[in-house]
Design a protein around this ligand. Structure first.
Ligand code: PLP
Length: 436
């Protein structure tokens, strides 16, 4: 059955819905949590893995065309769309395997955990579905560890454990993740927020030192993104993460990284912490690209000491580690390794960043900075220019990427994008800046 051809909704087949019909449904029936581009509708993957087939409103009505996907669903789609190996494997799988709960074993979870251990270097895993769920689990793990092993004497924090995170961070939409963030819009009217969270400026070791002094043994963990993505791709100074890790260790607190956006090769390392000569963190959360972008899969990864504190009935998840997730998780790691995706992200990242910097040089009055690691790139424009206008102009030029926080354009295409695709992105940026 083809749902597009055969499924009638609101009196017409889905393929006959106009872009306006879609927008009306979204605007009236969907909570307004995003500001999507109007006037465009994605029909599917395009003729190349980094292209999308879209319908767009033009002066002559609606036209079909292809555009470059410059965002890869916020870094979740490393191999691009309609990858033949991934799609064939998933098709085969869903014909074979039932959905079963975690209370009975299946063929794929054990092998996935072993592969995760090899690939991430962590001891134990708590699989979940969305990134925010992995972060909620991480918060629980930090608090449990703090109560049992935190404090100056390592015998447990007697009062309430404190978690320190970074200003302008993004960790998801659960209440715990929201408490990790200082974003006012995300926190609006949600009080009382979870207590026990405090924020310091990102990339500021002195501010963190001051927090450790102030809380005198009550800090259970420091929780940061290695590169702040949603904030506008902020790359910290070379020594920052190493200093944070050292400080956490000296103060008997956990060092926790959210690698949900940076992990699985995106930055030119399997995980961004490996770019900075760190020891393995105590906890790490992963998501997005670990499923090749075909379903929501996430996990908390941790040391034995911390993860050993979870007990049956104290945690759980219907779809965390269910057969399809475990299978797709295994498949993704195999494909990342076979296709040397991490190395490709480093090479393509160097190429694309170079191209974008050349464009930036042509518009010094508009572009403040191009920054990033590998294929996670930000183009910051000066505040008198409008990032939304820039991403609209990029879209008109055939490239989809999106502004974050008004003045930053986030550029994170599928890692497998060709030089031709990256050249198109750079050309679209050049043309769009010219009309800004
Ligand atoms: N953490 C980071 C760093 C992210 O970038 C995101 C999503 O963009 C999340 C957490 C939340 O993930 P999810 O939307 O899957 O809950």
């Amino acid at each position: 059955m083809n749902l597009i051809d055969d499924f009638v909704v609101d009196g017409k087949g889905i393929k006959d819905w106009t872009i306006k019909d879609h927008n009306v449904a979204l605007d009236t029936l969907g909570a307004r949590i995003y500001k999507p581009f109007h006037g465009i509708l994605v029909l599917g993957g395009g003729s190349k893995p980094y292209m999308l087939k879209v319908r767009k409103e033009t002066e002559n009505g609606e036209e079909e065309m292809e555009i470059v996907d410059g965002l890869a669903c916020y870094s979740a789609v490393p191999f691009g769309h309609k990858d033949p190996i991934i799609t064939e494997a998933v098709n085969w799988f869903i014909k074979e395997m039932a959905t079963i709960p975690r209370s009975i074993s299946h063929n794929y979870l054990g092998p996935w955990l072993v592969k995760l251990q090899e690939f991430t270097q962590f001891d134990m895993f708590l699989p979940k579905s969305s990134g925010t769920e992995a972060n909620e689990a991480a918060i629980k793990a930090i608090r449990k560890w703090g109560k049992n092993f935190g404090g100056k004497d390592g015998k447990g924090i007697k009062g309430n454990p404190v978690i320190i995170s970074a200003e302008k961070s993004f960790h998801g939409r659960g209440l715990g993740s929201t408490a990790l963030m200082d974003d006012e819009v995300s926190r609006k009217d949600l009080g009382p927020l979870m207590p026990g969270f405090e924020h310091v400026p990102f990339n500021d070791v002195e501010a963190l030192k001051e927090k450790f002094r102030e809380h005198d043994g009550n800090i259970a963990g420091v929780f940061v993104e290695p590169i702040q993505a949603e904030a506008g791709i902020f790359v910290p100074d070379e020594n920052y993460l190493r200093d944070v890790q050292k400080l956490a260790k000296e103060n008997n607190a956990l060092f926790v990284l959210d690698e949900i956006q940076t992990g699985f090769g995106r930055t030119g390392a399997d995980f961004a912490w490996q770019l900075y000569g760190l020891e393995r963190p105590d906890l790490m959360t992963i998501g997005k690209a670990m499923s090749s972008g075909v379903l929501p899969i996430s996990s908390l990864c941790g040391s034995k000491e911390v993860m050993g504190l979870f007990e049956p009935h104290g945690e759980g998840s219907t779809f965390g580690g269910y057969p399809l997730a475990a299978f797709v998780g295994l498949l993704t790691i195999r494909e990342l390794e076979n296709r040397k995706i991490t190395q490709l992200a480093a090479e393509n990242g160097a190429y694309l960043q170079n191209k974008l910097r050349e464009v930036a040089k042509k518009h010094p009055e508009k572009v403040k900075e191009v920054r990033g690691k590998g294929m996670l790139i930000g183009v910051e424009i000066f505040p008198e220019y409008d990032g939304h206008k820039l991403s609209m102009a990029m879209l008109d030029g055939g490239v989809y990427c999106k502004e974050t926080h008004e003045t930053n354009l986030r550029i994170a295409p599928p890692i497998v994008i060709s030089h031709e695709g990256m050249d198109r992105m750079a050309a679209a940026l050049d043309e769009s800046l010219a009309v800004l």
